[in-house]
Design a protein around this ligand. Sequence first.
Ligand SMILES: Cc1cc2nc3c(=O)[nH]c(=O)nc-3n(C[C@H](O)[C@H](O)[C@H](O)COP(=O)(O)O)c2cc1C
Length: 170
Amino acid sequence: METLEAIRKRKSVRKYQQRPVEKEKLLKILEAARLAPSAKNLQPWHFVVVTDQKVREGIARGTIYARFIKDAPVLIVGCGDPRSKFYQIDVAIALQNLVLAATDLGLGTCWIGDFREEKVKRLLGIPDRLRVVALVTVGYEKEGLDISRKVLHTFRKRKPLEEMVHWERF
Ligand SMILES: Cc1cc2nc3c(=O)[nH]c(=O)nc-3n(C[C@H](O)[C@H](O)[C@H](O)COP(=O)(O)O)c2cc1C
């Protein structure tokens, strides 16, 4: 798949099949994250790969927009080291690399910002010195009628280029 095709095809997937994700595919998308650029090449990131159902349920509980974490076979937890000034940007770039690689391999993903950091850290044994930047669910999309899809579709609209691009000067 061409890069542009993967960028166009990617969408937030919130309904997943129970089918597990192959280890080779997980390693490929993690490798895509590993290759991401980072400020001063500090690579200030760690990725926790969570498949355990009970743990995913624990992370999903209490959220409003991330209940589907419990149904996604894999959850990637993106952590950053705040000693690096740009850790949030770096982790985000790495996670988006992972997301696009997953799209390329036929996997669905969804970025998640709705999580309780302290709870995630406690459940996963993430050291105090690190911050949790974002989560990404990974799995095979469950196709078919999704009632929330219609509603969610409105969130997929993009502003026109003219509204955001300023040639030469703002
Ligand atoms: C940083 C970030 C946090 C997000 N958090 C959530 C979330 O907690 N729950 C959710 O369902 N979607 C979440 N999303 C997905 C967005 O809602 C989605 O990307 C946006 O509506 C555009 O739709 P699309 O991804 O299908 O193109 C998040 C996206 C980003 C980039």
